[in-house]
Design a protein around this ligand. Sequence first.
Ligand code: DX5
Ligand code: ZN
Length: 213
Amino acid sequence: MKKVFISPSILTADFARLEQECKSLHKSGADWIHCDVMDGMFVPNMTFGMPIVYSIRKCVVLPLDVHLMIVEPKRYVEQFAKAGADIITFHIEATDDVVGTIDLIKKCGKKVGLSIKPNTPVEQLLPYKGMFDLLLVMSVEPGFGGQAFIEESLQKIEKARELFPDVLIEVDGGVNFSTCQKVIQAGADVLVAGSAVFNADNRKQAIEQLRKC
Ligand code: DX5
Ligand code: ZN
């Protein structure tokens, strides 16, 4: 059986207790920590930027999976790299300079993730084949935690798996105990889960349950 990585999103964390929250994810068996960066422009919500990523970097050793939901992400790649991101994922809808952004992430020595919103076909990533490490399929409209999984995402995950057999497929949005099984069956390698982990009474059990779905 292939290994499924769990990357809890701290969007649903208690930010006043961020250190304890991140340490609790580590103790509970999370593989990565997913950091949702929003600018209020690319998505209708704002979250946090480099200083918070840097603070998280100081308190856990887990890989930081930084999901940039910002316009013209290239402007901030170097700063997120310096703050301690390990994987930098950006939306191809957010820039006309996808290749330049990929090159800059690589120049900073980080893994490259490309993401698509629910209405963007997977085929739009074909021009970048061979240039990236991770493909993040959004299974809700980006911007908020706690939304319902969009069922049509399953076909997109299958298509992503077929077109890009060598990259990690990550799925983000509405991943919980009732959707994880079909998401993994469709071909996902990495599950992002915000509310399913943070709202669970027992986070360790929740992470195990998601992984074994
Ligand atoms: C949404 C974010 C997701 C979100 C996931 O824009 O990218 O990472 O926080 O939250 P849940 O798991 O609650 O859907
Ligand atoms: Zn995300």
